[in-house]
Write a protein that binds this ligand. Sequence first.
Ligand SMILES: Nc1ncnc2c1ncn2[C@@H]1O[C@H](COP(=O)(O)OP(=O)(O)OP(=O)(O)O)[C@@H](O)[C@H]1O
Ligand SMILES: [Mg+2]
Length: 261
Amino acid sequence: MEQGLALHHIGVRFGGLTALDDVSLRVPAGSVVGVIGPNGAGKTTLFNVICGFLVPESGSLTLDGRPLRPRPHQLTRLGIARTLQGTGLFAGLTALENVMTGATHTARAGFLAALLGLPGSDRDERRLRQHALDILDGLGIAGHADAAPGTLPFAVRQRVALARALAARPRLLLLDEPAGGLGAEDIADLAELIRQLPQRAADPCAVLLVEHHMDLVMSVCDEIVVLDFGRVIAAGTPDEVRDDPAVTDAYLGSAVDEATA
Ligand SMILES: Nc1ncnc2c1ncn2[C@@H]1O[C@H](COP(=O)(O)OP(=O)(O)OP(=O)(O)O)[C@@H](O)[C@H]1O
Ligand SMILES: [Mg+2]
């Protein structure tokens, strides 16, 4: 049984427009796979299918070989974690507490009960706190554990958001445009971090990255899937994809469209 995410012949239409057409791809556990493509290629639609915001008209998904029918409110339980554009951290909690919220489904009572002032289990909360601290430490930001997110630089906030996603012990981690809002130096740091992500999870997880920033995608991904008009037009290692004429054509085509629009 293959560990990781697989999409089998996914189709999505919006009225007369085919947003995804027979899309199949694999994100093996322990690897980072990137999805790129020009504007309107179907990247967000694909992301929404995996998050359960959209139910495809055709095709199916599997996670670790088991059928996956994602629903947005069940993602954590299904083993899927994601980071959003912007960091979506809770302003009223410390960095550490934010990371702890990522793992509440693994604790029986403790942390949420503690937040609500209810009697809970101290042991659960201590375990959760240590788990969250270990993750912050692994990402090099344990020193910011007690800070309020609003006081932290954006690049650190983003690491806190990644730590929160990892706290859920995901089998699949979805990263949506993680380089958005970062400068060149922070992007280099982020690249280093993303490359290590599959191994940072409790068990090696699958990481899917949707990102416009081409240098980042090229430098961190084991494999890249290129979409154009809802179809997979190329898939392979960064080098294979970079040299693929179909990819150059797709990007040039869209650049020309934009230039003449
Ligand atoms: N809710 C919707 N209703 C109708 N059409 C949609 C809807 N969402 C997306 N589309 C269309 O589906 C196609 C794929 O869109 P999608 O947003 O997935 O592309 P994308 O690759 O994310 O583009 P971008 O790089 O601009 O974010 C586009 O033609 C888009 O206009
Ligand atoms: Mg999009």
